[in-house]
Write a protein that binds this ligand. Structure first.
Ligand code: C2E
Ligand code: MG
Ligand code: MG
Length: 272
């Protein structure tokens, strides 16, 4: 316990320096539209290039940032960086595509999140339609009644809302229907379990639920042709995972947008 507390304290200090010393960077992972085979959106994922430890996984430092409150500053930095990258891509003449940004529970629970996002959009002149916020199931379901209002205020700004890691928390179906959300993101653990009857049944259920509720559904963590084949044949709208691409540098986004994955999708249909 003590050692862990010391480690956490150290990381907290190092993370403070990291934000000042520009050790954080963003990568973007493409999301492929099943009907066109094209990349239609990208998820922004933060990376920490530690001067001594090398790459530190967000799975290690996001929870620390969340527990110390540093996630607020970090989250603001991520949004600002996304806006900067969008301007850069615009300057290259790329067609605008959607960028998905992860919002942690603490960020979501800030009282004035809609106001902050609104000021961010005004300040950066970023088109709200380009932005999708990925919220966690537990964040929006805790105190769901109050959150309906907050989600509605966010939606009123013109952006899109996704529920990340869907299926790992617990959702009240009646609230899910009342929330103004656009996308359900099937957690990658279920995609990883697609070769088991339970995994496949859960994925089927989430896709069916999305269709019934008129929501876009995306699967993440697709690594192999068998998983792709299953999801394509079930009509999962969007696809994301190492099978298509690892998260990439912003400079590599233009080439990624030119990729055509139709061949992969066509062979996937044949496999299943
Ligand atoms: P997430 O939002 O569910 O992101 C998906 C994670 O799965 C990413 O890990 C991504 O690199 C990884 N991934 C993508 N395709 C595959 C695949 O085919 N196989 C496997 N095994 N993994 C795949 P990453 O980048 O390490 O991020 C982990 C988590 O850290 C994210 O989960 C998110 O919860 C959090 N995170 C990352 N960036 C941010 C950020 O900017 N803000 C906040 N609040 N959280 C972030
Ligand atoms: Mg995410
Ligand atoms: Mg996820």
């Amino acid at each position: 316990m003590n050692a862990r507390a010391v480690e956490q304290l150290k990381m907290e200090e190092e993370l403070r320096d990291a934000m000042q010393n520009h050790e954080l960077e963003l990568r973007y992972q493409p999301q492929i539209d099943i009907s066109s085979g094209q990349v239609v959106s990208m998820e922004a994922l933060v990376r920490w290039k530690h001067p001594v430890r090398g790459m530190v996984s967000p799975l290690d430092f996001i929870p620390v940032a969340e527990s110390t409150g540093q996630i607020i500053e970090l989250g603001d930095w991520v949004l600002t960086e996304v806006a900067r990258h969008c301007l850069y891509w615009d300057s290259l003449g790329l067609p605008p595509f959607r960028v998905c940004v992860n919002i942690s529970p603490l960020q979501f629970n800030q009282d004035d999140l809609p106001g902050r996002i609104s000021r961010f959009l005004e300040h950066t002149k970023m088109d709200a339609k380009r932005l999708e916020l990925e919220l966690t199931e537990s964040a929006i379901m805790t105190d769901a009644q109050t959150n309906i209002e907050k989600l509605a205020q966010l939606k009123a700004l013109g952006l899109e809302l996704a529920v990340d890691d869907f299926g790992t928390g617990y959702s009240s179906l009646s609230y899910l229907k009342r929330f103004p959300i656009d996308t359900l993101k099937i957690d990658q653990s279920f995609v990883g379990d697609l070769n088991t009857p339970d995994g496949a049944a859960i994925v089927d259920a989430i896709i069916a639920l999305s269709k019934t509720l008129n929501l876009r559904v995306i699967a993440e963590g697709i690594e192999n042709p068998a998983q792709l084949a299953y999801l394509v044949n079930r009509g999962c709208d969007l696809l994301q995972g190492y099978y298509f691409s690892q998260p990439i540098y912003p400079e590599d986004v233009p080439a990624m947008l030119r990729q055509d994955f139709n061949q992969d999708l066509a062979s996937a249909v044949k496999i299943a």
